[in-house]
Write a protein that binds this ligand. Sequence first.
Ligand code: HEM
Length: 70
Amino acid sequence: AEVARHNKQHDGYIIIDGVVYDVTNFLDHHPGGPNILMEHIGKDATVKFEDIGHSLLARYQLADLYVGEL
Ligand code: HEM
């Protein structure tokens, strides 16, 4: 519920594998574009993130967005 409150473009969290990430400052830097991230903002995006087959680079980038564990 706490994560779900961060569902805005200027304040956006996403959950991947039980970890919370702040994507607010990453939206405009996402190679897949901001819109697809906005579709998952405030929610669990694990399945979609894995479906895309994100690279190791993408996984390293997650560390910079780390907020905490669920
Ligand atoms: C917040 C964590 C995320 C990070 C750090 C991230 C990072 C990246 C990076 C670095 C790429 C370039 C390709 C690669 O290196 O794999 C990429 C591509 C892409 N991402 Fe993400 N991503 C995130 C979340 C998501 C989510 C939740 C979706 C939803 C489906 C998504 C959809 C895509 C798509 C569709 C591409 C492909 C773009 C293309 O090749 O034209 N990403 N992402």
